[in-house]
Design a protein around this ligand. Sequence first.
Ligand code: FE2
Ligand code: FE2
Length: 208
Amino acid sequence: MIIDKIINEVEIGLNILFGPTSSKRPRPDKKISGDENLNPEIKKNHAKLMRVNHSGEICAQALYRGQLFFNKDKTIEKSLNKAASEEIDHLVWCEQRINELDGKTSLLNPILYIGSIGIGGIASIIDKKYNLGFLAETENQVSSHLDRHIVSLSKNDVRTKKILEQMKLDERQHEMSAKELGAAELPKPVKKVMSITSKIMTSLTYKV
Ligand SMILES: [Fe+2]
Ligand SMILES: [Fe+2]
């Protein structure tokens, strides 16, 4: 029943927003020791960058949940669930790193979650190949965004770099999987709107 599905989604949403506490995979930086080389200014900036990435992962979870809500294709469901589980790792790693850098997660996360679940749901209603196309393009834009963050990090913060590098590898893999399942290339204006929306989200979550 639809009402049960909605209640289940609310439960999952609250779980994601208020902290999945453990990742399935170990942290990519687990063999690297402390943050003694980081001065307070670098810590502050990197905590904000990780806040942006954490919010991106909140959006990713919501997009996947939205895309799964109306999806009836079992192959797509399997692929989305696998990617969503890897994104949980990203979410946990980002949150842990923010705490280590004495930062805070974004206050905008609940709004971002609700907005993203709606977008994911709409994408899944339109058409299967555009649903996958939307996913592939999201992953592509996230990877490019992570590239920019990786080069902007202080060389002393190897731990954050390791986390972001693994995340980037996973996002590229998600993009490839979506393409293998038959993702359609999105029209240029749609890509542009997605890119503008993500830039707005990035600059807002860097601040709050
Ligand atoms: Fe991710
Ligand atoms: Fe991803």
